[in-house]
Design a protein around this ligand. Structure first.
Ligand SMILES: [Zn+2]
Length: 230
């Protein structure tokens, strides 16, 4: 597929915050490129002045959004990294058991959902700003603040709890550094996440995020709905 600019008729303007409907806003980032490299051009992220969520405008329409994923990085070949050494295998087993226990990957539970989104209030956005790897337009059309997303879910009748994400800080930090040095999309979105998580120099960061979960790279909300309630 040939990379090309978006035509005006392929885009739509968003004038109100998708989360709180406020029209009060400011430009947060004015020239974010398509880091996935699917199309040419840059994108504008607006910040809602009321709930601080970020959203792209103009953005692709429901009809044209497929263009943004035609060459998405999830289509890339990604070989499983061989696990070598006791510490590396131990880290993998801890992660797998953690995911199974915390997020129910092994045991789906009927009326319980877990939302895992990128966290605009996280330390990575705070530290890297425009080089935050999750400013990924036009794929990430909106990045809600934690309170805004919680309010939306609670208005839908969910009981919401915030959960810990686990040891992902090293990956997020590496991805931001890769954006800052204008590295390839493979190094930003794949190598940063499939590499070893045993860099001693960033263990302090995982420790910090356990102490301040609101600064995690991901926003993890566990939602439960009482299905018997009318
Ligand atoms: Zn808002």
């Amino acid at each position: 597929m040939t990379s090309r600019h978006w035509e005006a008729h392929e885009l739509e303007s968003v004038t109100r915050c998708p989360y709180c409907q406020s029209g009060q806003r400011r430009i947060a980032y004015a020239a974010i490129p398509d880091r996935i490299g699917t199309t040419q051009g840059t994108w504008t992220y607006w910040e809602c002045r009321d709930c601080r969520s970020l959203y792209v405008s103009p953005r692709p329409t429901p009809t044209t959004i497929g263009r943004a994923y035609a060459q998405y990085y999830t289509h890339d070949q990604c070989d499983e990294r061989p696990r070598q050494g006791v510490l590396d295998r131990w880290a993998l087993s801890v992660r797998q058991s953690y995911l199974a226990r915390k997020f129910g990957f092994a045991k789906p539970k009927g009326s319980r959902w877990r939302w895992v989104l990128t966290n605009r209030d996280g330390i990575f956005h705070r530290c890297f700003g425009a080089d935050w790897f999750d400013l990924c337009a036009p794929q990430h059309l909106s990045l809600p603040s934690g309170p805004a997303l919680r309010a939306c879910l609670e208005n839908l009748g969910f009981a919401v709890r915030r959960r810990q994400r686990g040891a992902h800080a090293q990956s997020h930090w590496r991805a931001c550094q890769a954006v800052r040095r204008a590295d390839t999309r493979e190094n930003i979105y794949i190598a940063s996440f499939t590499g070893r998580k045993t860099a001693w120099g960033t263990f302090w960061l995982d420790g910090l995020l356990w102490l301040i979960p609101g600064w995690q790279g991901d926003l993890v909300l566990q939602c439960r709905k009482n299905m018997c309630k009318t």
